[in-house]
Design a protein around this ligand. Structure first.
Ligand code: SF4
Length: 438
């Protein structure tokens, strides 16, 4: 059973008098367990939908619709499948106490992997889930592999009952499912020979494995489960060498790099990041793979669209890891606009100094960077720090932080998004950005 949360005006659902709170029970005789069933079973143009209205009345709708006409219902969010693992490196276990409840949910849900690109370990999938993945062709899936040798994976996931991932991926790939894989590397556990064996196993699955991201373990000052050593410059360098051997082979034999080290590994190793061509269509950019290169590209491509902003003083808040890469971009922005940019790298006050990613800065960090600054005309903050509800990870709201500061602040993905609107004058920009961020 799934429940309707919203009915679109003028839609088929409105005409049928379906209202929010209506339970959708079955489609064409098949029971609905969740949003996936609804999405796939309601794709036909002739439907018999059994439903229960909020007052308890049971109704049957017979629907014939024109090709592709949407039914016009939105569903309540699904109950997320919880994770059965207990990885030492789990970021959620490394959160401080006292944050909003939903940040502590450890999801491990193949449905969200398909729908939103969340990584899932497939540790908790049962036979009926495999059947659904195959029937609905849920592809590509984003899979946290970490290691393919079974014993190593049990240790990494801290779960003796994890299924054999090679068997799972082999079966699913035989059914036409493709994957993007990630390997979070814990020094001493899944680097070296384990990584080599894992990459070989994934390579042997052929085109089914579309990309592999190699990501260093990310710890906060609260990562209380972690007993290993952190990633350092030498280990990051060794990982890059190993990844490069495989990506060179992939470029020769498969025409794309296939396995990618995350940006953080390059930064840790002090090595230059690859150019945009290397990343192809940036298959794992959401995983921090190629994000810096993509940013550089977007800035360079957008320079000509920027207005002149002579005399403007612009603060740029960022995390510690991005700070060394920013001056070259800010120089280009200065040349293009005439504005004066000031870089404001902030140590993360919530997660501690080991968490250096700009997107994990919190509201308190933004306040700390800007509250004493009366000399700035505006400030840009990383847009990734704010969720869809306009909240930072520390429960501060963007609106509250903005109102506490003397200059306008704008969430920005790549400078160009905000600065290209600046030439029209502050008032217009302020209204549109505030609307977008709130
Ligand atoms: S799989 Fe590991 S890292 Fe992911 S949520 Fe579960 S315990 Fe955390």
């Amino acid at each position: 059973m799934v429940r309707v949360s919203r009915v679109h005006p003028g839609s088929i659902a409105e005409e049928l008098e379906i209202v929010p709170g209506t339970e959708l029970v079955s489609v064409n005789g098949r029971a609905l367990a969740d949003f996936l069933d609804w999405e796939f079973l309601s794709a036909d143009d002739e439907l018999v939908v059994e439903a229960r209205l909020p007052g308890g009345e049971e109704v049957t709708f017979e629907i014939e619709r024109a090709d592709g006409e949407p039914l016009g219902v939105e569903l309540e969010p699904p109950t997320v499948r919880r994770c059965a693992n207990r990885c030492e490196f789990c970021f959620i276990e490394g959160l401080p106490t006292g944050l909003r409840k939903n940040l502590y949910v450890r999801d491990d849900d193949y449905r969200l992997s398909f729908a939103y690109g969340n990584f899932a370990t497939l540790s908790n999938v049962k036979e009926r889930d495999i059947q659904r993945i195959l029937e609905y062709r849920l592809s590509p899936l984003y899979v946290s592999v970490h290691a393919t040798p079974w014993e190593a994976r049990k240790v990494l996931l801290n779960n003796p009952r994890v299924p054999n991932i090679v068997e799972q991926l082999t079966r699913l790939s035989a059914g036409g499912i493709h994957f993007h894989a990630q390997m979070v590397i814990v020094p001493g556990l899944n680097d070296g020979d384990v990584l080599e064996e894992s990459l070989r196993d994934l390579w042997n699955l052929g085109d089914a494995v579309m990309s592999v991201a190699v990501v260093p373990v990310g710890l906060t000052q609260f990562s209380h489960l972690y007993t290993g050593t952190p990633m350092d410059r030498g280990r990051a360098s060794a990982l890059l060498d190993q990844v490069n051997v495989w990506s060179e082979r992939a470029q020769d034999e498969r025409d794309h790099a296939w396995v990618y080290a995350s940006d953080e590994l390059y930064l840790l190793a002090g090595r230059e990041l690859p150019l945009a061509e290397y990343y192809g269509d940036f298959p794992q950019i959401e995983n921090g793979v190629g994000a810096v290169t993509s940013l550089r590209e977007r800035v360079r491509n957008g320079l000509t669209s920027l207005p002149r902003l002579e005399g403007r003083r612009i603060g740029v808040v960022t995390g510690v890891s991005m700070a060394p890469l920013m001056p070259e971009l800010l120089d280009e922005l200065t040349k293009a606009t005439g504005a004066r940019f000031e870089l404001l790298p902030m140590v993360n006050s919530l997660f501690g100094p080991t968490t250096t990613t700009a997107g994990l800065l919190v509201g308190a960090d933004i306040r700390r960077a800007l509250s004493a600054r009366t000399d700035l005309d505006l400030a840009l903050i990383p847009a990734e720090t704010i969720n869809d509800n306009g909240m930072f990870l520390d429960d501060e709201t963007f609106i509250a932080v903005r109102e506490s500061l003397s200059m306008p602040i704008y969430p920005s993905y790549d400078f160009i998004d905000v600065l290209s609107a600046e030439g029209g004058g502050d008032r217009a920009v302020t209204r549109s950005r505030v609307g977008a961020a709130a």
